[in-house]
Ligand binder design. Structure first.
Ligand code: MTE
Length: 339
């Protein structure tokens, strides 16, 4: 399998120029921490002592080896990445976002309300990890994440990624269609929605104790038609390797026609249910974050326009202004779902 151009070789991860540029970026990133979802949460650096070098979060496969096999954390088989590219999603109308920028500019409120999630994520261990499949299904089961991935065919897809905050990126995800999981577990005909739940562990996630008034754990939901749509991906990798922690390791949802907050990270439970589930942002601020939250340029957020977006390639503070596309450019796949 040819190496992708975004693949980060180990020697490059320690290259001095790259490192120095990264430090410069990190300094700049500190200035940008006020771009919060909804803009309603004050900037707060939760625990500056946890400052760590982001290099080790870019590609978990280049992490230092652990001392002994007994204490070693389980790691996914290295032959899973990079996965074959799905030709239907091999190109985009815009350049890819730089991998380092994507890895240093994240939303993951369990760890921080700033974009510098990587600073706060050192104690989070995404393996071993289980995903419970339950509710209205014929085959309920709790899977070890790597056993589950082993049952699936991984593929790579380039998708547009549009945050409700009006910034966007272009990301190569690796994962498997949610439809393949649905085929495996066989929901009952009474299942009309899927509810996904993220982890709850305030001892490793400072945002969960700092913001104890939030409706943790983070939850999201889709209709069955959305969950089984061709676009809907359960992502386990990015840029040709497994997901780094700040992108939602070990498994997260990707629904590219919806605002990014629908893409729940670090999923622990997938339930098939009959009623529309309560979801994290919709419960917190229902007027601003609807259950569907499709990307629609003509529907402004109550506090800002969604007609354009700032597309980030290499510099989050100097994005390219572009018109927002209906359903983020995926109308041919999803417009029929919404009449
Ligand atoms: N999932 C969880 N569990 N917690 C979060 O705070 N943030 C969401 C989404 N998934 C979030 C989450 C938001 S607002 C966005 S825009 C995307 O993740 C960001 O994904 P990225 O950081 O990989 O770009």
């Amino acid at each position: 399998m040819p190496r992708k151009k975004w693949h980060l070789p180990e020697r490059q991860a320690t290259d001095e120029d790259v490192y120095l540029n990264r430090r410069k970026f990190i300094r700049q990133a500190g200035l940008g921490s006020i771009a919060l979802l909804g803009g309603c949460i004050p900037e707060k650096l939760l625990n500056p002592q946890q400052l760590v070098d982001p290099a080790k979060f870019l590609n978990p496969q280049v992490a230092e080896p652990t001392a002994s096999p007994e204490t070693a954390e389980p790691t996914p088989p290295s032959e899973w990445y990079p996965a074959p590219v799905n030709e239907a999603f091999a190109t985009l109308d815009r350049p890819l976002t730089d991998e380092r920028v994507a890895a240093l500019y994240n939303n993951f409120y369990e760890f921080s309300t700033t974009k510098e999630v990587w600073r706060f994520i050192d104690n989070f261990e995404p393996r071993p990890w289980t995903v419970e499949i339950s509710g209205l299904v014929q085959q309920p089961k709790t899977y070890d994440i790597d056993d589950l991935i082993g049952l699936m065919e991984l593929e790579e897809r380039l998708y547009r990624h549009r945050c409700v905050e009006a910034w966007s990126m272009a990301i190569p995800w690796t994962g498997f269609p949610m439809r393949a999981l649905v085929d495996l577990v066989q929901p009952l005909s009474s299942a009309r929605y899927v509810r996904m739940t993220s982890f709850f562990n305030p001892t490793v996630a400072p945002g969960q104790w700092d913001r104890s008034d939030y409706p943790w754990p983070y939850t999201e939901g889709l209709t069955m038609a959305e969950a089984t749509n061709e676009l809907t991906l359960l992502a386990t990798g990015i840029y040709g390797h497994e997901l780094p922690k700040q992108h939602g390791a070990p498994v997260r949802l990707v629904t590219p026609w919806k605002y990014g907050f629908k893409g729940i990270k670090s999923i622990t439970k997938i339930e098939f249910i009959s009623e529309q589930p309560a979801t994290f942002w919709n419960s917190l601020v229902p007027r601003e974050y609807s259950f569907l939250s499709n990307v629609e340029p003509e529907v402004p957020h109550p506090r800002w326009s969604q007609a354009t977006e700032g597309f980030i390639t290499t510099d989050p503070f100097n994005p390219e202004r572009r018109p927002t596309l209906l359903y983020n450019g995926y109308a041919e796949y999803v417009a029929h779902l919404y009449g």
